[in-house]
Ligand binder design. Structure first.
Ligand code: ATP
Ligand code: AH0
Length: 389
């Protein structure tokens, strides 16, 4: 069977086995989700069969950090890492499939997000001569060749080409999997950056980034304590909120820009935090900074939801759900929200984004896009199809 016949056969299948890959802003590792799909569009059913986050080696992580969300980088390193990330991801898939005792031939496709290294929508660069733009690296052809599995990669470019910002893409999965919930529903992902998909019963849905989820906390922990993150908010719990710092953190045009919008560590980084600390003209303890950052995350989320119907289902996912202080403050600010664990819907909170990309590949491989019935969500099939031979 040649490649095109194989793709045609996959398009006709009632069920598809797709591996979703996500490596997010926290650079903690590669999320690998093996999903079984039946149907497409609003009929999509997904079953998460296996999930694993494979941690990155420290030197690999440090290399990516040298070019990640930086204005000036070593262009050769960027070029090398484009191939290297593809190769490392392929190797992690091969090892993980072996560990799960599953043969590569059984998998219909891999859906690879790649590593975002810069995200610059118009709302960030404000240069009328340039469009929205974003760059994910980790070449898909390398993954296809090394695993022998058809790989769909580089999803965000098509979304930009069709007029959106390339992020968040969560809305596609959230609408197809949760759009039939008969209540006002909000899906919240607290990753490096937090985002929501708002699925109201009686008005138009939308999806938007809200601001930092864990990224500032992680960056600050790494600089101040040499730790990748504040496990169980142990450090933040020793501090208290500094209101002056909080108001400077909230004082950026990103927060007054209309939704939908997207952002990343290109804006929310240590320079941003240090400028805000400097504006307070006081010495703030590291514990207080961390407590304030948790409040910053909780408040940017709750402010985005305060004008909505007060009682909605709030389905939370992402690494931030493991931060007890963020969750406590979020519940304090949103007393009427009906918090639900995404696990109730059969999807692990940490796997949600990897499942999303598998779902986007399922749509693309089915051959046509669903109708999302709203201007801000283009009806498109996303991703480039990379063939193993
Ligand atoms: N036990 C915990 N206590 C506190 N924070 C935690 C805990 N477990 C995970 N986290 C936070 O979650 C982060 C990882 O979250 P996640 O994997 O959702 O991010 P990501 O996918 O890299 O981000 P993004 O969605 O922005 O791409 C960690 O870096 C840490 O900040
Ligand atoms: C450009 C980019 O990689 N953005 C990520 C990042 O991580 C969270 C937030 O910022 C979101 O906009 C997006 O990822 C998710 C998966 C999305 O597109 O929905």
């Amino acid at each position: 069977m040649n490649n095109i016949q194989k793709l045609y056969q996959i398009a006709q299948k009632q069920e598809r086995l797709i591996i979703g890959l996500m490596s997010g802003t926290s650079l903690d590792g590669l999320d690998i989700a093996l999903c079984k799909f039946s149907g497409k569009g609003l009929q999509t059913q997904v079953n998460l069969i296996h999930y694993e986050t494979v941690p990155y080696q420290a030197d690999f992580k440090e290399d990516i950090k040298k070019i990640f969300s930086k204005q000036n980088v070593d262009l050769e390193l960027l070029c090398l890492l484009n191939e290297k990330i593809g190769l490392v991801h392929a190797e992690l898939i091969n090892t993980t499939l072996k560990k799960w005792n599953i043969q590569n031939e059984l998998i219909d496709a891999i859906a690879s997000h790649g590593q975002t290294i810069f995200h610059s929508p118009f709302t960030r660069h404000r240069n009328p001569n340039y469009p929205n733009s974003t760059l994910q690296i980790g070449d898909g052809d390398h993954i296809a060749v090394k695993t022998g599995i058809i790989t769909v990669s580089d999803f965000r470019q098509k979304n930009i080409a069709a007029g959106a910002e390339g992020a968040p893409l969560a809305v596609y999965g959230d609408f197809l999997l949760f759009g039939k919930n008969n209540k006002n529903t909000v899906l919240l992902n607290i990753g490096g950056i937090s985002n929501i998909t708002y699925l109201p019963k009686n008005s138009e849905m939308y999806s938007t980034d809200l601001g930092p989820g864990n990224t500032l906390i992680d960056q600050y922990m790494q600089r101040e304590f040499g730790l990748y993150f504040d496990k169980d908010a142990a450090y933040a719990k020793r501090g208290s909120i500094n209101n002056a710092l909080l108001s400077f953190l909230l004082d950026d045009t990103f927060f007054s820009t209309a939704v939908p919008k997207s952002t990343g560590p290109e804006l929310f980084n240590l320079e941003y935090l240090d400028n805000c600390i400097a504006k307070t003209n006081t010495k703030i303890s590291s514990y207080d900074v961390l407590a304030t950052l948790c409040e910053f995350t909780a408040i940017t989320i709750s402010k985005a939801l305060e004008d909505k119907e007060p009682d909605f289902d709030l389905i939370v996912s992402g690494g931030g759900i493991h931060n007890p202080l963020i969750m406590e403050r979020l519940k304090y600010h949103l007393p009427l929200a009906n918090f639900k664990d995404i696990e109730e819907f059969g999807i692990s909170a940490d796997a949600k984004e990897a499942v999303l990309f598998a779902l986007l590949a399922n749509e693309t491989l089915s051959g046509e896009s669903a109708d999302f019935k709203t201007k801000t969500v283009p009806n498109i099939c996303m991703g480039k199809i990379c063939l193993p031979n």
